[in-house]
Design a binder for this molecule. Sequence first.
Ligand SMILES: C[S@@+](CC[C@H](N)C(=O)[O-])C[C@H]1O[C@@H](n2cnc3c(N)ncnc32)[C@H](O)[C@@H]1O
Length: 249
Amino acid sequence: MDRSYWEKIAPDYNEEIFDVLQQDKKGYIKKAIHKFASPKASVIDIGCAIGKWLPVLSPAFKKVMAVDISAKNLTIAKKNFPQLQNVEYKRADMSSGTSSFSGFDMALCVNAILTDSLKKRIHFFSNIRKSLKKGGHLVLVVPSLESWLLTRIIQNQWKIDKRLFNTSLSEGEAKKRYAGIQQGNVEIDNVATKHYLGEELELLLSKEGFEVIQKQKINYDWHTEFIQPPHWLKEPRPWDWMVVARKIK
Ligand SMILES: C[S@@+](CC[C@H](N)C(=O)[O-])C[C@H]1O[C@@H](n2cnc3c(N)ncnc32)[C@H](O)[C@@H]1O
């Protein structure tokens, strides 16, 4: 999942990429953002893509920095929201060894730390920390590994969307995926994508100098996982993890 992957997806972003803002029906992420919003505060939207969160952030903060690895995504974001005057756009790779961002009061990062490379993720988390001032807050959303597994268990037991979950793989591919799954890297549309355990996230953030102040599920409908979910399948629902954390070091 490098820059070329995201540049390629950009023209069809809306069709290809899951819309967390739309699907968070209870608005938990918006509520978390508004807890730290202020007309005096600055916010950095890390992995902003085509700018879906910008209309939420722009009126609530003094200054918004919209950052993405994809130049095409940023061009679309700028075109989508010319009326948002306090937004600055910057192309940057947050998984590289260096970052020029610092001093923000809040960072929002929604489903952007997805790379299967541990080295890149270590840089990514470290760069997020550097972007915040001490006492600043992070609102982070990532895919849940528990939810991914629950989906497969339910699919197998009740034979849901059987053809789509065809598991016949070559030996080489099966070996690769077996190694990947043990690190939380599982395939989404045939691309190895990092998914996180709740406890893993808490540990990662505390090692990075954050205090976790809220961790919760952002629940979705089963139609986001299955074409034809059984009518009885309601709870538990699939989810992403949202963590709210304060930079303490
Ligand atoms: C799944 S999209 C989520 C977009 C947006 N946060 C949202 O919720 O609508 C992930 C975004 O993260 C960006 N991204 C991935 N890796 C990145 C990196 N290393 N540095 C900056 N942005 C990155 C991608 O280009 C893509 O736009």
